[in-house]
Design a protein around this ligand. Structure first.
Ligand code: CO
Length: 203
């Protein structure tokens, strides 16, 4: 009887998302705080489309509704979102390049938010009820749009990422801040242990 070769055991990488090398970077990864530069006119190419497509893959795998480029370590002013968080509802997919806010409602609302870069926690954040936005599509065309309600909230959260701002910066009450502090300390400990390279996506 021939000696059988032992089966090959492959390491499973829990942060790996099929179809992309991108993964969600977790707090306190420095990419979340780094400056994000404008996408130049000559960058509206297949590479940018590929980035947006792969960001959706990561977002859906992480069960998120939105993702900003710095969260996958790309410090450019680009965000993707899908208010239905479902790849079958692809018609709801939105990609915004170089977005900026041109008007906001006076009225604000305080509601709970979470972020893929801060798994396992949430906090109350004040947001405008609506925002008017100018942005570019993946083909470079400029457009204007008004977002209201749930979509306005998603947009404002992702927009903050493009300015290096994360939602914990906007938690207003001391009580709320205290609630999230223990989890933030854990995330810092994990980051120091695993290092920037050993990060896994929020799944
Ligand atoms: Co976020």
């Amino acid at each position: 009887m021939a000696v059988e070769k032992p089966p090959v055991e492959e390491e499973i990488d829990p942060g790996k998302v099929a179809g992309t090398e991108l993964r969600v970077l977790r707090y306190p990864h420095p990419a979340l705080r780094a400056p994000n530069r404008v996408v130049n006119t000559d960058e509206f190419d297949d590479q940018l489309k590929k980035l947006a497509r792969e960001m959706f893959l990561v977002m859906y795998a992480s069960r998120g509704v939105g993702l900003a480029a710095p969260q996958v370590g790309v410090n450019k002013r680009l965000m993707v979102f899908n208010p239905e968080s479902n790849e079958r509802a692809f018609l709801k997919e939105v990609v915004l390049v170089n977005p900026h806010i041109v008007a906001t409602s006076k009225k604000t609302l305080v509601e709970a938010e979470a972020c893929l870069s801060f798994p396992g926690m949430q906090g109350d954040v004040r947001r405008h009820e609506w925002v008017k936005v100018e942005a570019q599509r993946l083909n470079g065309k400029k457009f204007r749009v008004k977002y209201e309600g749930w979509v306005a909230k998603i947009f404002q959260h992702e927009y903050d990422h493009l300015d290096g701002v994360v939602y914990i910066d906007k938690i207003e009450t001391e009580e709320e801040k205290e609630k999230v502090q223990a989890r933030l300390n854990e995330l810092v400990r994990d980051f120091e242990k695993d290092g920037a390279e050993g990060q896994v996506a929020a799944l």
